[in-house]
Design a protein around this ligand. Structure first.
Ligand code: 6PG
Length: 259
C-alpha cells in the first residue's frame, strides 16, 4: 500500500535548499541511530547543488556523523568524473571535498566506462554494500531526485527501455538531448527506498509537476516521475512556489504545507 505523497512548498529555491538540508540531516540521524549508517543516493542536475552547499556549510556540517554516511548516485552522465557535466564532479566540489568525505564512502557510477559494463559493476557494488539477497531490492535510506520538464527523473526518460526494467538495479539510459548516454537506477530500486525526496523548482516544470503529482496522464508516454511510488517508503516533494503554481490538488489525500 503506497502512502500519499507529501508536498512541501517553499517561497523560493533558497528556502527550499535550507529546508531540504534540514530534512536530509533528520533522515540521516534516524538512519544512523537505527542502522548505524546512512545510505543515500544523490541526484544530478543543477537543483541539488544548493542543497549540497547547504550541507557542507557551517549550519549543517557539524550536525551529522559524516563518517557514517555512504554516498551513491541515482544516475550519471556517461562522461569522465572530471567532466563539467558529471554528477559526481558536481557533488565532489560542492559536498564531498568541503566535508572531507573519504573516497571509500563514495560509490561512483563509472561514466567513463562502457555503459552496460558500468551498470553491471555498479549493481555488484550496491549488492556488496547493502548485502541484499538475490531476488530482493536494496533499501536506500534516502534517494534524492529531480525532475525534468519532460517528467524524467534520474536518467529515466519518457519512452525509454529503462522504464520497463523489472529485475536489474542499474541500467544504461538514453537522454533525448545533451549528454545522451546515461546510467541510472531503475524504478524498482528507487521505489524500495525508505524516503524518496524530489526537489523541483521553477515555473517551467509547473504543468508537468501538476500532472505527475495529481495523477494526470501525459498526452505522450507516461511521465517517468509518475512511476516513482515507493512500495512502503515516503514520497516527499519539496517545491518552490513557482513549480507548485499550477497544482490544483485539494488538501485531501496529500499533506501539503505552505512554508
Ligand atoms: C541529471 C539528473 C536529472 C535531473 C533533472 C532536473 O543527471 O540530469 O539526475 O534527473 O534531476 O534533469 O535537473 P535540474 O535540477 O538541473 O533542473
Amino acid at each position: 500500500m503506497t502512502r500519499a505523497p507529501e508536498l512541501h512548498i517553499f517561497t523560493d529555491a533558497s528556502e527550499l535548499a535550507a529546508e531540504a538540508a534540514d530534512f536530509f540531516l533528520w533522515v540521516g540521524e534516524q538512519a544512523i541511530a537505527q542502522r548505524g549508517r546512512f545510505l543515500v543516493a544523490l541526484s544530478g542536475g543543477s537543483t541539488p547543488k544548493a542543497l549540497y552547499s547547504e550541507l557542507a556549510g557551517p549550519a549543517c556540517a557539524s550536525r551529522l556523523d559524516w563518517s557514517r554516511v555512504h554516498f551513491c548516485f541515482g544516475d550519471e552522465r556517461c562522461v569522465p568524473p572530471s567532466h563539467a557535466e558529471s554528477n559526481f564532479a558536481a557533488a565532489q566540489s560542492t559536498l564531498f571535498a568541503p566535508l572531507g568525505i573519504p573516497p571509500d564512502h563514495i560509490y561512483r557510477l563509472e561514466g567513463e566506462a562502457d555503459p552496460a559494463e558500468a551498470a553491471r559493476r555498479y549493481e555488484e557494488t550496491l549488492r556488496r554494500l547493502t548485502g541484499t539477497l538475490q531476488g530482493q531490492w536494496p533499501q536506500f535510506d534516502l534517494i534524492l531526485l529531480g525532475m525534468g520538464e519532460d517528467g524524467h527523473t534520474a536518467s529515466l526518460f519518457p519512452g525509454t527501455p529503462a522504464l520497463h526494467e523489472r529485475e536489474r538495479w542499474v541500467v544504461p539510459g538514453q537522454a533525448p538531448h545533451g549528454i545522451r548516454s546515461r546510467l541510472t537506477l531503475t524504478p524498482g530500486v528507487i521505489n524500495h527506498a525508505g524516503v524518496v525526496l524530489f526537489l523541483v523548482t521553477g515555473a517551467s516544470k509547473a504543468a508537468v509537476l501538476r500532472d505527475v503529482v495529481e495523477g494526470r496522464e501525459s498526452a505522450r508516454a507516461p511521465y517517468p516521475a509518475a512511476m516513482i511510488r515507493p512500495a512502503e517508503g515516503r514520497l516527499v516533494w519539496f517545491l518552490d512556489r513557482a513549480a507548485a503554481s499550477e497544482l490544483t490538488v485539494s488538501k485531501q489525500g496529500i499533506s501539503s504545507e505552505e512554508a
